[in-house]
Design a protein. Sequence first.
Length: 492
Amino acid sequence: MYAKRKSIIRLASLLVPLWIAGAAWTLGTAGRAFGQEPEPAQPAATEKAFPEQHLTVHLKGLEDLKLIQGEAQGQTQARWSGRIGNTNLHVHFLFMDARRFRFNEPKDVIDIAEYNLVPQDAKDGDPLGQRSFESTEFREGPYGYVPVAWLGHTWDKDETKQTAHRWYLCGLTQSVGYELVATADPALVEADREAIETWLWKAVQYDGPQRVAEWTDEEIDDRWQRDTPDDVFEKGTFVKLRTKYYVIMTNVGKSTTRAFGEKLDENYEKIRAIYPFDDMPAQRLLPIFYFVQKDQYHDWCEKVIGNRMSTSAGVATGDVYSTYHQSVNAPVHIHEATHQIFRNRLFLSGGGSWFQEGVAEYMSALPGDLNVMKSLIAREAYKPFDSFFRTRSLLGDADPNRKSGGSDAGDSYMQAAALIEFVRHSKFGSEKFLDFVHAIGSVPRNDMKAIEAALQRVYGVDIAGFEEEFRNYWKKRKKRKKVKTPKRKKAK
């Protein structure tokens, strides 16, 4: 059954967007530069306004405040130094052009900040994107055109000691993504951490217009013009449709698009029933690009992602899902909708390809599709978790020389879905299923220590013990048992 569906195996939806790669040269050395400049003794006001962006940076609360840079130089708009408690801080405020970098949500801004984190042992010429924040969180408030800001925290290590703590407060106006970066120099005094983070959440305020959650017609037209392949845009056939959860941009007819939209909303609720989340007042309708022809979809992929993705039937990247006209029941739709929701509603982008593809393939695969897992385990032909969890891309890691039936990618996707079934349906995993989803989805991708720590915290087992429970479940499993998703207890 699964082999017949292998043609719709998709490229992982959480690929680094094209705009991140294009931005690397502008921010790639920023982490090395923070805190290294001399501090001229200049008087500094306790706030600085950026009227074109309707932003004000409030510096009240920083003692020994000094102005290092008061005029814009490139992306850096201003720099200060100061102190909170016994911790000295260097503060940088940066702008990035929202259109150039394809920022649609504040999450896009913190994603680029994370992508440009420089590993402590990095050498000149090493690729970016090799480090993750230690923690992130978001809050609603007067932070921008989108009333949400994200705060990321990271640090370096000197042997066993944490040094050079850095916080990135990220938001979005109508035209720029901003970062307020605070670096502890030389190290954080732990007693000051809470006061620093409290100050950061109050440091930036926005007093401009607010985004329309349902999208204005002008915004939809602009997005269609910006991202649609030129030959499609020039033909002038354009339909826009708002559903309960989506805004569909398409050159397909209205009645067909309406049926597609109804299925999208149905899938949204199916996904939320398995992976619950609350709607936020600030959240926007999720954008969908829906093309008449397959080639038009691939042209879109080439323009927006930089890859034609010639073997895919749909892709979720950033805030958007793009596909072409096919059956509304095609498994690709709920698979990619899961990716889109995990990134834009649950904000769980971590763990690794095995986890991200697992939660999505679990939604699109039929229970019978996974029966082959029993045979793979019996023949010791499945992928051991120690290597499976390290795989950067289940699709990209496939063996092109495989001669036996099926495919490496197909087996990997199936194993990823089988792992989610095990956690959700087994006696071992079901009661803490949502704790598992949030714990693994929040850790840096392929970080084995963080993954094992999460498993220990949720289930009290290491990776080897988790794998053994997985093997036992599939050795005994005859038919998937129906379960209800338990409510997740929020930490107090």
